[in-house]
Design a protein around this ligand. Structure first.
Ligand SMILES: NC(=O)c1ccc[n+]([C@@H]2O[C@H](COP(=O)([O-])OP(=O)(O)OC[C@H]3O[C@@H](n4cnc5c(N)ncnc54)[C@H](O)[C@@H]3O)[C@@H](O)[C@H]2O)c1
Ligand SMILES: [Zn+2]
Length: 350
């Protein structure tokens, strides 16, 4: 087992390569009551009901699948469940699931009694390398995705790699898009590993190392800039464009798939504005394509531009992007004109 330390509003550790049963046992011994949330798929396939039944101070709450769980009506039911379970300040919540479940669970913990302890047990690659680490929690509303939330770090993140075995190739690849992002902004060794493990099943063989390397970078960046005043923005490489097409698809495409196209867009933009070498731009395409991740879009430019302007990461009306000078050297691009964005878009339009 390996640990990675994160320093945020409190210090906590990401524990890599644990068994979730042992983790739940330990958590249940350190709090008088534990409220566990998980989607049905995980409850059924990982026999959570039977396991938790043996720990008599736990309550299991099954959440809806996917993005639907990040809804105010679900939070309302969780609050009610925590109330009925008599969850007090010294008790804890555990979120077992993908990024949607850890976002939801973290937010429920942030709001109950003005903040109770919570633990993340991520079950998708996206949640392991990204969503469960960093303390951003939240839900969606009719106004937009992730607009309601709180910075509320978990007490611990516990990664059980066995969960990856049941993940679909599509979801595994979507998680890899975030790993590839980390390779370009900070850790080029990730890119070397991925080039020599050039399909999903080969990448599975090195998942522990890829997860470890990605979390080391995220933990370092978050520890320096928890509330995203500047440095943490580098983790948004590929995301301004990615969020826009994710929204235009009405969340039919995976977040990682949208980020994949966004990474190529950000690389092309960096070619124009920062002189990023053509071979590095092509490396974005070739690595992403190894995992069948999309690198172009059919969506029209005008609404994408509109959505990029309204991205919550925009400051005032200025459009900001993270670009690359070279591999490992991100650069903040401010006030990028719509003409430049349009000619960049033409490079990735189908
Ligand atoms: N807080 C953050 O910093 C942060 C960062 C990135 C993404 N996110 C959020 O994370 C979410 C995306 O994460 P995600 O892709 O994990 O989404 P998800 O939680 O919706 O999971 C995707 C699908 O995989 C299923 N699943 C989960 N674990 C499984 C397993 N082990 N085997 C088989 N199927 C499994 C889920 O039931 C779901 O259908 C979005 O809501 C996004 O906003 C948050
Ligand atoms: Zn992302």
């Amino acid at each position: 087992m390996k640990h990675i330390a994160v320093s945020a509003e409190h210090e906590y550790r990401v524990h890599l390569n644990v068994h979730f049963e042992g983790v739940l046992n330990e958590i249940s011994q350190s709090h008088s009551k534990v409220f566990v949330i998980a989607p049905q798929y995980i409850v059924d396939n990982y026999h959570l009901t039977q396991f938790l039944h043996a720990l008599d101070n736990t309550t299991l709450f099954v959440v809806p699948d996917g993005e639907h769980q990040k809804d105010i009506s679900v939070i309302d039911q969780i609050w009610q469940g925590m109330g009925e379970a008599g969850l007090t300040r010294s008790d804890a919540l555990v979120a077992i699931g993908g990024g949607a479940t850890t976002d939801l669970g973290g937010f429920a913990a942030a709001t109950w009694l003005r903040g109770v302890a919570w633990y993340a047990i991520p079950t998708t690659l996206a949640a392991m390398v990204d969503a469960s680490v960093g303390g951003k929690t939240g839900i969606n509303s009719h106004i937009g995705k992730n607009l309601i939330g709180s910075f509320h770090s978990p007490r611990g993140v516990h990664i059980d790699l066995r969960f990856l075995k049941t993940l679909s190739d599509r979801d595994f690849a979507a998680g890899l898009a975030e790993v590839i992002k980390v390779g370009f902004i900070r850790d080029s060794e990730i890119l070397d590993i991925l080039q020599s493990h050039n399909n999903v099943s080969k990448a599975h063989e090195v998942s522990e190392e890829l997860i470890f390397r990605s979390i080391v970078v995220k933990a370092d960046v978050v520890s320096q800039d928890f509330q995203e005043s500047k440095l943490r923005e580098i983790l948004n490489y590929g995301h301004t464009f990615g969020h826009a097409i994710e929204k235009m698809s009405h969340y039919e495409i995976r977040h990682g798939e949208a980020v994949s196209v966004g990474l190529v867009f950000a690389a092309e933009l960096s070619g124009k504005l920062l002189g990023l070498k053509e071979e590095v731009i092509e490396l974005h395409r070739s690595i992403l394509q190894q995992y069948d991740l999309p690198t172009s879009t059919k969506m029209p430019f005008a609404p994408i531009l509109e959505l990029m302007r309204s991205d919550k990461k925009a400051r005032g009306s200025s459009l900001r992007f993270i670009g690359l000078n070279s591999i490992g050297s991100p650069h903040w691009l401010e006030d990028v004109t719509s003409d430049i964005l349009e000619t960049t878009y033409e490079r990735i339009a189908e």
